[in-house]
Design a protein around this ligand. Structure first.
Ligand code: MG
Length: 384
């Protein structure tokens, strides 16, 4: 936006309860991130948008705050229009234009947002829309009454953009209209010409489960896979508890360490960090830090999981081999895999855990120590 028209504010409406999807659709994952996060990201990329108001229940906000630090929140109302009004109440008086957008349209093109805002700044009101592809019939009681002329039919999308004072006036005058499915109807009633800005069919609203499948195929991103390697060794000492992959295993000895010595979790954490090129656990949890003495390695793993999420990555597969003479590990394979699945929040079928003996050679062969080698493959999504 130019200085003459002021900056733009975006009101993203994501108050739906997901009646048609079973769950709140705006928080369903799309390409590894919640739908609503992708929607907000599109507005972050649009130049001129300086504030983003998200109208969503408080329960969704902690998740959004993991991605964004500066969102403004408003509570949803019982209708879409009430939600828009609640969001609009938070718009800065200095905003020149306001974009109202459906939280469930995550694939909106940032350039189309800019075009719509610029048209609104110039003309007063503008909506994104696409020509209707199907022939539209007006039906009553199961029969066609008439066929509409397709050449003049456009399907309205969002954002719908307005000069701030025009949206304010239309909400004030017609804001009680419960059946309005968009704000453009109210602005039209004011007598303001609403301009149509051509959009694309990717900017579809995710309403039914198949919409999400289509959107998944359209996510405009690079997916890369990276593998990291991890290694760890700990001494076995009599009288300590033995933790392997987060499972306490009855034994006469346990691993010596600054933490609980769970070398399987340590090796896997280092493998994950290796795949992300994000250091190693000794940097995150220095053995010199007295405050973390005796810490559960599950805490270390959860911290690593936070780092995975911050990289927009997910664990695709993990494979760990413990090399130890004692105790015999085979009876514990499934318990350890289930534990790893819980700790790293990865489906069981993507986790391998196995053991090898050291053929009685050296310290490991004498049961004085054990080691673990691990690999982790991560799927990392990066915006183009
Ligand atoms: Mg260790």
């Amino acid at each position: 936006m130019t200085d003459k028209t002021g900056f733009s504010s975006a009101v993203i409406v994501a108050g739906g309860s997901g009646k048609r999807m079973g769950r709140p659709k705006q928080m369903l994952p799309l390409g590894g991130k919640p739908v609503l996060v992708r929607t907000v990201e599109a507005f972050k990329k649009a130049s001129g948008v300086r504030e983003i108001i998200v109208v969503t229940p408080p329960g969704n906000r902690a998740e959004l705050n993991r991605y964004f630090a500066d969102l403004i929140y408003a509570d949803p109302g019982s209708t879409r229009l009430e939600s828009v009004k609640n969001g609009f109440a938070k718009v800065s008086p200095a905003a020149g234009t306001v974009a109202v957008h459906d939280g469930a349209r995550p694939l909106v093109n940032p350039a189309a947002i800019e075009a719509c805002l610029q048209t609104a700044a110039r003309e007063g009101a503008a909506v994104l829309a696409v020509p209707v592809k199907d022939t539209v019939k007006v039906c009553q009681n199961g029969a066609v009454e008439k066929t509409l002329d397709r050449s003049v039919l456009w399907a309205a999308q969002t954002p719908q953009c307005y000069r701030r004072e025009i949206l304010a006036e239309s909400l004030e005058k017609f804001g009680a209209e419960k059946d309005a499915t968009d704000e453009s109807q109210l602005v039209e009633k004011l007598g303001v010409k609403v301009r149509v800005v051509p959009s694309d069919y990717k900017n579809n609203k995710i309403t039914t489960p198949e919409d999400l499948v289509f959107a998944e195929a359209l996510v405009d991103e690079n997916v890369i896979y990276r593998t990291g390697f991890g290694f760890d060794l700990h001494r076995l000492e009599p009288g300590r508890k033995l933790f392997i992959g987060g499972v306490e295993i009855p034994h006469t000895k346990g691993f010596l360490g600054h933490s609980d010595g769970d070398l399987v979790l340590h090796a896997l954490c280092d493998a994950i960090l290796g795949a992300l090129c994000a250091g190693e656990i000794g940097i995150l949890f220095p053995p010199t830090d007295e405050s973390i003495k005796g810490i559960s390695s599950v805490t270390i793993a959860k911290k690593v999981l936070e780092i995975v999420r911050a990289h927009h990555a997910e664990i695709e597969h993990m494979d760990a081999t413990i090399i130890t003479e004692e105790p015999k590990m085979k009876p514990h394979y499934e318990a350890v895999r289930r534990s790893l699945s819980q700790v790293f929040e990865v489906p069981l079928e993507r986790i391998s855990f196995k053991s090898k003996s050291h053929e009685h050679v050296g310290e490991i062969g004498r049961g004085e120590a054990a080691m673990c080698q691990a690999v982790a493959t991560l799927k990392i999504r990066s915006s183009l």
